[in-house]
Structure formats: C-alpha cells, structure tokens
Design a protein around this ligand. Structure first.
Ligand SMILES: C[S@@+](CC[C@H](N)C(=O)[O-])C[C@H]1O[C@@H](n2cnc3c(N)ncnc32)[C@H](O)[C@@H]1O
Length: 376
C-alpha cells in the first residue's frame, strides 16, 4: 500500500483512494502516532484530496532527504542489483525548501481560473498562491487572474525577468508585468529568459526547458564537469542537450563537442548560446541507438534524458561506443537504475553517484552518475 501524507514509522488512519490488482493507494487522513519528523505543512493546499504538487510538506527537510536517499537506494538494489549508501545533498542556498520553482505551469479550468492538478488526477485545485514558486513567479499573480479560454499558463522567471506562456483558445489576456507568448507567438517582450552559469549566458525561449531550481544548473554543471574531468584534447558528446548548458561549458574545456537535441526551438537557442564557440556543433535529431552507434567514438559523454531515461537500446549503443567516461544526469531513479544495469552487466563501473535535492517538498531527486568502461 502506498500512503501519501504519512511518514514511515507512523501509525495513521488511511482512506484508500485507488485499487489495482497488486497494490492500493491511499491518503493518511488521521495521525495516531506521529513521527518526530512530522511538521505542520506550510502550504494550506498540501492536504489529502487537494493539490498534488508537493508530497513532503508535512516532513522535516532533513528527513525528506533521507526518504529520497532510501528511495534511490531501493531502486538501485531492485533494478540494478547495486547496494549503495546514498547521500542527498541540499541545493545551494536552500533554507526551508520553499520559493525555489522558477517555472510553474498552471492548468486553467472552464471558468478561466488557474490552478494545480490534484494528485494523479486531471481535476484542478484552484490556488491563490504556490509556496514553492519563487517570489518573482508569484509576483505575476497568475493564480489570481482570469484566463478565459486558456488551457494552460506557464510563468517562468530568471532573476527579475519574467515571461508568461499561454496556450489554448485565449480570449482576453489579463495585464501582467512580464513578457507574454500566446500559443508560441510572441505578444510582448521579453519572449524568453537569459540565465548565467559559470560565466556563460544561456537564452531560453518561452516554454523551453531549463533546470527549475535557481541553484540547479550550476549544481549539475559542476557535478558533470567534476565527474568528467575534461581535458583540452578530449572530444565530447552532449546527448539530450536542451539549450546547450553542458555542451557550452564543456566547449570551454575540450577540443570539440557535438550536442544532440530533438527539439528544434531548443537547438536554435543552443546555437545562439554557443555562437562564439566554433568547436561546439549542434545537431537537431532524436537520440536513438542508430544515431549513437554511428557517432565517432568520443572521450566524454553527457547523458541527460527526460524522465523515461535513455532506455535499454541507447544504453547498449553507448556501451558499444565505449567513451572513457559518461556523466548520466537523471531525474528518475527507476529509469536510471534500469539503464545502469546495462552498463554494469557489460563490466562498466560507477565510480561516483551524487544525489541532489533540487525539488524540495516533492519526492523528486536528481542524480549525477559517472560511468566508466572496463579498463578505464
Ligand atoms: C532533462 S532535459 C535536459 C536538457 C539539458 N541537458 C539541460 O540540462 O538544460 C531533456 C532534453 O531532452 C530532449 N529530448 C527528449 N527526448 C529526446 C530524444 N529522443 N532525443 C533528443 N532529445 C530529446 C528534450 O527536448 C529536453 O531538451
């Protein structure tokens, strides 16, 4: 039985919310014996049956990280056959786990009211604020404005810059202090955001992917660079490159980089973000086993796939490619552990695995693993 709103070790009264053949899901609705790590949820919407965004508002931050560590350990044991003690490191500057989301996507109901989805549901919880959003995102006030005809509203911020992307059959737009993009078409500047990491600037078009926690890009970039230890004679491949975060930073340190990304708009941003780096090439393509097996052998690979992971076929193709080091950046411990098994079965080792709490108050955790082939 999977129980939300509880903490392992507690005695709680549970209401079953869904049943399948092999397990039940439920909400802890009454706490009979509380864990010493239970805290009052700072957000009034983080309650059984209400907003599904946060899983751990009722858990002390240190215990949240221990829970995430045990989740990663369990997936590694179950799916990769690896026994490892995992330490989940806090994001830089994180004090209370709140006000870190630089991008929030709200769904909009038939009355034009913005809200967040309930847990595992298409139903909306109308909210007036979101405590994990940064104050720059919250100052737009999207939750308290009318969005008639819209299906979704995304608010993203980089420092004081903000952009709102609206999708749907949008009618009248409320006045917001931000750039506005409607169904991908710019309405008011800025149409994108500019982030800065380790001395380089990264433009991201509205609605495009950028790491969400304000400290995430630097944390992950530093972990990837530490793990790969790039040298000036190395060649590198950045798979699932987004707007070129890792490709550009590697480009400063190695002989050449090939970045591969499927989304054309992200590739256009990546090309702009690396325009002064003739040694960085951007290729618009889907990463698959055929593409990987046709690559010239690089020394270093960054692998930062979406939640589904790189998959067995791409992982096998990477084993065949045999770079000296791979940095696998993973936001889903289960798909990562499944892929890791492919490398371990082929005799590879994992000299380092770091875990970061880049999504406080939620069950999510980000991993950076270094993988090396036999003999390296
Ligand atoms: C987790 S993001 C990582 C982006 C980038 N590394 C960063 O940190 O900003 C995953 C990226 O993979 C891209 N993507 C998803 N499926 C893909 C595929 N099959 N081939 C190439 N890129 C893909 C997405 O468009 C997205 O930019």
């Amino acid at each position: 039985m999977f129980v939300r709103h509880g903490i392992p070790g507690e005695t709680v009264r549970v209401v079953v919310t869904s049943e399948s053949k092999s397990f039940l899901r439920g909400d802890a609705v009454e706490v009979l014996e509380a864990s010493p790590d239970r805290v009052p949820p700072p957000c009034e919407y983080a309650r059984p049956g209400r907003c599904g965004g946060c899983d751990f508002q009722h858990v002390a931050l240190d215990r949240q990280r221990l829970l995430k560590a045990s989740l990663v350990e369990e997936q590694l044991r179950r799916l990769a056959g690896v026994s490892l003690d995992v330490l989940v490191e806090p994001a830089p500057g994180d004090v209370d786990g709140l006000r870190w989301r630089t991008r929030v996507q709200f769904a909009v109901d038939a009355h034009g009211r913005a809200g967040l989805h309930k847990h595992r549901s298409h139903e909306l919880e109308p909210v007036d604020f979101c405590l994990i959003a940064t104050s720059e995102v919250e100052e737009v006030g999207a939750e308290r404005l009318p969005w008639p005809g819209a299906a979704s509203v995304e608010v993203a911020a980089a420092g004081a810059q903000r952009v709102v992307s609206v999708n749907g059959r949008v009618q009248d737009l409320p006045d917001v202090e931000a750039g506005v993009v409607v169904n991908g078409r710019p309405r008011r500047v800025p149409h994108g955001l500019v982030h800065s990491v380790l001395g380089r600037s990264f433009e991201v078009a509205a609605g495009g992917f950028w790491q969400v926690h304000p400290g995430a890009a630097l944390t992950l970039a530093s972990a990837v660079l530490d793990g790969l230890a790039p040298g000036p004679e190395d060649t590198a491949v950045d798979l699932y490159a987004g707007v070129g975060l890792f490709a550009s930073l590697l480009g400063e340190r190695v002989r050449s980089v090939l970045a591969v990304e499927a989304d054309a708009r992200a590739c256009a941003d990546a090309a702009r973000n690396t325009h002064d780096q003739p040694n960085v090439r951007i290729r618009t393509a889907a990463v698959d086993a055929a593409l990987v097996s046709r690559l010239p052998r690089p020394d270093l690979v960054v692998l930062d796939p979406p939640r589904a992971g790189a998959g067995l076929e791409v992982s096998r193709a990477l084993v065949g490619l045999a770079p000296a080091r791979i940095a696998y950046v993973a936001c889903d411990p289960a798909s990562f552990a499944r892929d890791l098994r492919v490398f371990l079965d082929a005799g590879w080792t994992m000299p380092s695995l770091r875990a970061f709490d880049l999504f406080p108050m939620t069950e999510h955790v980000e991993l950076v693993a270094v993988l090396t082939p036999p003999g390296e």
